[in-house]
Design a protein around this ligand. Structure first.
Ligand code: ZN
Length: 236
C-alpha cells in the first residue's frame, strides 16, 4: 500500500471541499438533473454522500467509545434513505450534506492516537483500524464529485489519490472474473495487472483515464491497435 494516513486525511478534506463547491448554489432543477450514475439523479448522489458521512461518523463514534455502531443499520435502510433523499427539497439536502460533513470532520478531529487504532467494521463487513476512515471518505467524495456530472473530472483529483485508488480497485478486481489486462498510466509510468481470462491485453493512457476505466466510468483508454479497452465486469 503506497498511501499514508496523512495523505488520505488530506484527500478526504480536499475531496469534501471539492464536492461541496460543485453543488454550491444549485437550485431544484440542477439537483434533479441526472448524475453520471445510471438511474440516479444528483439528489440520489448527494443523499448517498451525506449518508456516507453519517455512516462514517458512526465509525468514529465506535472508535472513540468502543460502542459498536455500524455504518448502516441494514442495506435496505441504506437504500431507503437514498430514495427518501432523492425526494428531499434541494435546500434541505444541501444542509444535510454540509452538516454531515461537519459532524464527520469533528469526529475525526476528536480521535486520539489509541482511538485511531481501534478496530471498526465497514459496510462490506471488513474489520479495519479507524485509520482507514479518511481513505473510505476520500473514495466517496472524490469519485462522486466526478459522478455529479458537473464539470469535475478524474484529472482534477490529486495524482496520489488516483494512484492509491487504482491500487485499491486493481487489488479488488483480482478476485473478479474478467479479461486479463495490463494497464499503464502513460503520464506517471505506473502499471497495474488484472489477472483474468486469455492473453493479457495491454492498455495505456493517462492516469485519470486508467482510474475511470478501473472504476467503471466513461473513459478513452485504448489498446495498442487503437481499439477501446476490453469491458470490465461490475466489481462492487
Ligand atoms: Zn458511493
Amino acid at each position: 500500500m503506497r498511501r499514508t494516513f496523512d495523505e488520505a486525511l488530506g484527500w478526504s478534506e480536499a475531496g469534501t471541499a471539492l464536492f461541496l463547491r460543485a453543488v454550491a448554489g444549485w437550485d431544484e432543477e440542477r439537483y434533479l438533473a441526472p448524475s453520471g450514475l445510471p438511474g440516479w439523479s444528483r439528489k440520489h448522489l448527494v443523499a448517498h454522500v451525506a449518508a456516507n458521512a453519517d455512516a462514517l461518523s458512526n465509525l468514529t463514534h465506535w472508535a472513540a467509545t468502543g460502542e459498536e455502531t455500524p455504518m448502516y443499520s441494514s442495506p435496505r435502510q441504506r437504500d431507503a434513505d437514498i430514495e427518501a433523499g432523492s425526494r428531499t427539497p434541494a435546500a434541505e439536502l444541501a444542509a444535510w450534506l454540509r452538516s454531515s460533513a461537519q459532524r464527520l470532520a469533528a469526529g475525526v478531529a476528536g480521535l486520539t492516537d489509541d482511538q485511531w487504532n481501534a478496530k471498526v467494521v465497514t459496510a462490506q463487513g471488513r474489520t479495519v483500524p479507524a485509520t482507514e476512515i479518511p481513505w473510505l471518505r476520500s473514495r466517496e467524495v472524490c469519485v462522486h464529485a466526478v459522478d455529479l456530472a458537473a464539470g469535475v473530472s478524474f484529472a482534477d483529483l490529486p495524482t496520489g489519490f488516483l494512484v492509491a485508488l487504482a491500487d485499491d480497485v486493481a487489488a479488488k478486481r483480482g478476485g473478479v472474473a474478467g479479461p486479463a489486462v495490463v494497464l499503464t498510466a502513460t503520464d506517471t509510468g505506473d502499471h497495474w495487472t488484472l489477472p483474468g481470462e486469455g492473453e493479457p491485453v495491454a492498455v495505456a493512457g493517462p492516469l485519470a483515464d486508467v482510474v475511470a476505466y478501473l472504476t467503471g466510468r466513461p473513459h478513452a483508454l485504448t489498446t495498442g491497435d487503437g481499439s477501446l479497452a476490453p469491458a470490465l465486469p461490475a466489481w462492487l
